[in-house]
Write a protein that binds this ligand. Structure first.
Ligand SMILES: *Cc1c(COP(=O)(O)O)cnc(C)c1O
Length: 438
C-alpha cells in the first residue's frame, strides 16, 4: 500500500526554519506567518495542492502579504469624493504631516519653556487663518460628532432640550445613518418645522418655546429639492435667533472655505459665519480635501462651551487628523480641488492618448462631486470606453483600478487619476485586455 501522501507535508517547524520564512519574520508578526503556514498545510491535507509545493506557495504568499491589507486604488469613476474609497486623497503636504505626526511630536508641549500647551493649537490657527470670520475653532472626529456635540451642548446640556429644524433638512447621510437619529440619541428633542418642500420664517418663529435651546440649519448635501420649494436663508434665521437669544447652528456639510465657481450653490463656512451663524459645522474630508474631521467654527464663547462638554473628549481628534488638517489648510491645493477643476481638454487628450494605444473609443462622460456635496452638478469630462468584462481584472490587480460600470460598459474616467499615473494605468489596461481575451 502506498504511503499516505499527506505524510509528505512539511512540518510547521521545518517550514518556520526556511530562510524565506525567517526573512518574512522581520516584516510580519509570528501569528500572521503561522496563519499562512497553517492555511497552506490544510490545503495540502485536503488534496488541493501537492505536498511538494507547500514551501513554495508559503514563500509566495508571504511575499504578497503586507502588514496592512488596504490597497491603493486608482479612482477611475469620475466621482471625486468617493466614500467607499476613503473620501479625500490627501495632498503631498498632508501626507508628509502624517509621517511627522507618526513619531513623538510636540502635540501638547511648548518646546520653548517645556510646559504643557494646548492640543490642536496649530490646526486651530490654520483654520482661523483660512476662515478669518471665525473667532474660534474646534476639531473633532468627524462631521457627525461635531453636529452631535453642538446640538447636545447648546440644548440638553442647558436644560433647554429642543432644537428647531426644517423638515426639508432631515438628512440621511449614507449607510443608513440619519442625522435626526444621531441628534436625538443624545436626548435632544427635534422641533420639526415647515414641510418637506417649503419652510418659511414663521414656521420657525412659531416653533420657538421656553424649551428651545438652539436653531439648526443643515445643508442637504446629497439631494436637492426642486420645483415648488422654499427655505429660509441663514441671514433671516440668524435675525430670528438673535431676537430670541438662541444660538444658530449651521451644518454646511462639505467644508468649502470660500465659494467655488464650479459649485455656485454650495454653501461655504465663511459665508455662513458672515450671514450670522453662531457656530458652523463641516467635514474635513469632503470638499475641504483633508483628513476625516469635524470642524466647528464660530463665536469664542460657544466654541469654549463645546470644548468643555464631556463629549468633546470622546470625539477628540487624534494627532494625525490635526497634523493633516493643518497641512491641508496651509498648502496651496488639494487633489480634490484639482479634480474639481480638471481641464476638460486635458482630460480628453490624456484619455485619447491611452485609448488610441488600446484601439478603443473615448466618450463624453460627466464626473460627479460625490456624496459630499454638489448633488446633481455634472462635471463635463471624458471616459475611455471598454467592455464591462474589463471591470473585474481592473479592480483585481496592482494598482487596483476602480472604473465606472454603467449600461453594460466599463468606463475609465481620468478626472481623479493623477496624470503621473497614466503610464501605470495603460499597463494595467493592457494586462486586463490580455485577461479578458483568455
Ligand atoms: C457629510 C455630512 C455630515 C456627516 O459628516 P461626516 O464627516 O461624514 O461625519 C453631516 N452633515 C452634512 C450636511 C453632511 O453633508
Amino acid at each position: 500500500m502506498a504511503a499516505d501522501p499527506r505524510r509528505a507535508i512539511p512540518s510547521t517547524d521545518r517550514l518556520l526554519a526556511l530562510p524565506e520564512v525567517q526573512a518574512a519574520s522581520t516584516r510580519l508578526a509570528p501569528h500572521v506567518i503561522r496563519r499562512i503556514i497553517t492555511d497552506v498545510q490544510n490545503d495540502a491535507r485536503h488534496g488541493e495542492l501537492a505536498p511538494d509545493d507547500v514551501a513554495t506557495i508559503i514563500t509566495t504568499r508571504l511575499e504578497a502579504t503586507h502588514p496592512t491589507r488596504l490597497s491603493p486604488v486608482l479612482n477611475a469613476t469620475g466621482v471625486i469624493i468617493h466614500t467607499n474609497l476613503g473620501r479625500a486623497p490627501l495632498s503631498k503636504a498632508a501626507r508628509e504631516a502624517l509621517i511627522t505626526a507618526a513619531g513623538y511630536v510636540d502635540l501638547e508641549l511648548d518646546l520653548r519653556d517645556g510646559k504643557r500647551s494646548k492640543r490642536g493649537m496649530w490646526a486651530k490657527a490654520a483654520l482661523l487663518s483660512a476662515v478669518p470670520e471665525a473667532e474660534d475653532a474646534l476639531v473633532v472626529n468627524n462631521g457627525a460628532a461635531a453636529l452631535s456635540l453642538a446640538t447636545t451642548t447648546l440644548s440638553v446640556a442647558q436644560h433647554l432640550p429642543e432644537v428647531v429644524i426644517s423638515r426639508g433638512e432631515l438628512v440621511e447621510i449614507g449607510a443608513g445613518f440619519r442625522l435626526p437619529d444621531l441628534i436625538v440619541s443624545a436626548g435632544v428633542e427635534l422641533a420639526e418645522v415647515g414641510m418637506t418642500n417649503r419652510t418659511n420664517i414663521n414656521d420657525y418663529r412659531s416653533a420657538i418655546t421656553e424649551r428651545t435651546g438652539a436653531m439648526l440649519k443643515v445643508h442637504p448635501s446629497n439631494y436637492w429639492i426642486g420645483g415648488f420649494n422654499a427655505s429660509v436663508e441663514i441671514k433671516e434665521l440668524a435675525q430670528l435667533a438673535r431676537e430670541h437669544n438662541l444660538p444658530l447652528i449651521v451644518d454646511v456639510g462639505s467644508g468649502l472655505v470660500e465659494s467655488d465657481e464650479v459649485l455656485t450653490d454650495e454653501p461655504t463656512m465663511s459665508a455662513a459665519l458672515r450671514d450670522g451663524a453662531d457656530v458652523v459645522i463641516a467635514s474635513g474630508d469632503k470638499l475641504l480635501g483633508g483628513p476625516q474631521a469635524g470642524i466647528l467654527l464660530g463665536k469664542t464663547e460657544i466654541i469654549e462651551q463645546l470644548a468643555k462638554h464631556p463629549l468633546a473628549r470622546a470625539f477628540r481628534a487624534d494627532k494625525f487628523t490635526l497634523a493633516a488638517l493643518e497641512a491641508t489648510l496651509n498648502s496651496p491645493s488639494t487633489p480634490i480641488h484639482d479634480a474639481l477643476h480638471a481641464d476638460s481638454d486635458t482630460l480628453r487628450e490624456r484619455s485619447q492618448s491611452i485609448a488610441s494605444q488600446l484601439g478603443v473609443d473615448v466618450v463624453a462622460h460627466d464626473g460627479r462631486v460625490g456624496g459630499g456635496g454638489g448633488a446633481g452638478v455634472p462635471l463635463p469630462g471624458w471616459a475611455i470606453r471598454l467592455p464591462e468584462s474589463y471591470a473585474y481584472p481592473l479592480r483585481n490587480g496592482t494598482p487596483a483600478i476602480l472604473p465606472r460600470v454603467a449600461d453594460g460598459q466599463c468606463l475609465v474616467d481620468l478626472r481623479c487619476v493623477p496624470a503621473d499615473q497614466d503610464e501605470a494605468l495603460l499597463t494595467r489596461l493592457r494586462e486586463a485586455a490580455d485577461e479578458v481575451a483568455l
